[in-house]
Ligand binder design. Structure first.
Ligand code: CP
Ligand code: NVA
Length: 313
């Protein structure tokens, strides 16, 4: 059965099958090769993408905007300070108007419900560029980076250290479950993955021969890990929690000792960025030879372009 994603939204990777994720990764690889040879094909000529940001962004905005524009499309940046998003006009009404004028919508913000409503009422593909709950386009770039390093996804052991209930950890856990990987969330009990999604991922992993687990014990988590991943201790919107998180998460900082605890010299370090060096990761690790964070950041663009190609053309 061939995969067809035309017209689909990407709200969470839970909605995508392993075959569909594979399809997106294959297109990502192709567009990365094209980018290396400076090939421009104007795939999105005459198309428009609305990009709504309630939260800040460097990589996600750049990836969507440059990927769409270099293929001839017109990206429109919309800040909530300038449009009537839930203020004066309901979200549903804004979504319906956007759907009449643009070919696709990208949303970054707080509530998952907002991106879901945009998809429901606009009738055009909607891409989740990060909400409090999920960051699916990040997870696609993470898969691409892991596959580039190890030549496979199945059986690769990924350990996420720190705030294991945040958006990046959740989407990575889903991506690993879907692709038959071994994912370990390693952090304090207080910041465990959300139980319904954790259990769902365990069910998915049963079918894909992967595994999903949580532990607070570093030795147990890190033994023979292929990938050590971390993210900020206080996500956007949680700035007031930074002090309390620092106390809670200090034991889970990724430093050279943690990298050595895998017992493997080929273990790689990943981070979605932006990073707070000296908190969740030390300068030595992020700048060290096992770090893949810049490849990972670049792959945001290729995977996002792939998502738009698959859903728009
Ligand atoms: N990783 C990521 O989403 O980066 P930005 O916040 O810069 O978009
Ligand atoms: N967890 C972080 C990811 C930023 C890309 C946040 O939500 O702020």
């Amino acid at each position: 059965m061939s995969v067809n994603l035309k017209g689909r939204s990407l709200l969470t990777l839970l909605d995508f099958s392993p075959e569909e994720i594979r399809y997106l990764l294959d297109i990502s690889e192709q567009v990365k090769m094209e980018s290396r040879s400076r090939l421009r094909t104007e795939r999105f000529k005459g198309m428009t993408l609305a990009m709504i940001f309630e939260k800040r962004s460097t990589r996600t905005r750049l990836a969507f905007e440059t990927a769409f524009a270099e293929e001839g499309g017109h990206p429109v940046f919309l800040s909530p300070n300038d449009i009537h998003l839930g203020a004066k006009e309901s979200l549903e009404d804004t979504a319906r108007v956007l759907g009449r004028m643009v070919d696709a919508i990208m949303f970054r913000g707080y509530k998952q419900e907002t991106v879901e409503k945009l998809a429901e009422y606009s009738g055009v593909p909607v891409y989740n560029g990060l909400t409090d709950e999920f960051h699916p386009t990040q997870a696609l770039a993470d898969l691409m980076t892991i596959e580039e390093n190890f030549g496979r996804l199945k059986g690769v052991k990924v350990v996420f250290m720190g705030d294991t209930r945040n958006n990046v950890a959740t989407s990575l856990m889903i991506a690993c479950a879907k692709m038959g990987m071994n994912f370990v969330a390693c952090g304090p009990e207080e910041l465990k993955p959300r139980s319904d999604i954790f259990e769902k991922c365990q069910e998915i992993a049963k079918e894909t021969d992967g595994s999903i687990s949580f532990t607070s014990n570093l030795e147990e988590a890190l033994a023979s890990a292929d990938v050590i991943y971390t993210d900020v201790w206080a996500s956007m919107g949680e700035e007031d929690k930074e002090k309390e998180r620092m106390a809670l998460l200090k034991p889970y900082q990724v430093n050279e000792r943690v990298m050595e605890m895998t017992g493997k010299s080929e273990t790689i370090f990943m981070h979605c960025l932006p990073a707070v060096k000296g908190q969740e990761v030390t300068y030595e690790v992020i700048e060290g030879k096992q770090s893949r964070v810049w490849d990972e950041a670049e792959n945001r663009k290729h995977t996002i372009k792939a998502v738009m190609i698959a859903t728009l053309l």
